[in-house]
Write a protein that binds this ligand. Structure first.
Ligand code: CU
Length: 161
């Protein structure tokens, strides 16, 4: 009987991680810890961050997304041009080589929620549909953390879009 309950405890422990993991899958692509930051009241844009691991044998691409909270969702990169950090849309999407993990994080690759319908508040769950070239689409939720440092990297967006 004791052996059985120990076995049961082990089974519960093994099952637990998947119950708590904040991860998603689309085909061979694993999406880890999607999050965003709360935005100031007048913000028109927000960022989206997550990790993408390609467990498949072939390359894939994150080509875009959509969300009910914003007019558009784009995939952006940050680059230093003439000493100035600028962002631009990755028109061909973000490459996901087989066997590799690509991070979308503040200061690097990121999702850009453009034309926010309302500011993002801390603790909110922001629904986003990610679209991959081969793996198709998957619905994820971005967990909104606290308002970060002023998002100066997104300052140039106002007039551009
Ligand atoms: Cu951006």
């Amino acid at each position: 009987m004791r052996a059985f309950s120990r076995l049961l405890a082990a089974a519960v422990l093994l099952a637990a991680p998947s119950a708590f993991a904040h991860d998603y899958k689309a085909g061979d692509i694993e999406i880890g810890h999607p999050w965003t930051r709360a935005t100031p009241p007048a913000a028109r844009t927000g960022g989206g961050y997550l990790t993408l691991t390609n467990h498949g044998q072939t390359a894939d691409r994150l080509v875009g997304g959509s969300s009910s909270v914003s007019g558009r969702v784009e995939v952006h990169t940050m680059e230093v041009t003439d000493g100035v950090m600028k962002m631009r849309e990755l028109a061909d999407g973000l490459a996901l080589p087989p066997g590799e993990t690509v991070k979308l994080e503040p200061g690097g690759f990121h999702l850009m929620l453009i034309d926010l319908k309302a500011p993002i508040s801390e603790g909110a769950k922001i629904p986003v549909t990610l679209r991959f070239e081969h793996a198709g689409t998957v619905d994820v939720e971005l967990s909104a953390g606290a308002l970060g440092a002023p998002t100066m990297e997104h300052g140039g967006h106002g007039g551009k879009h």
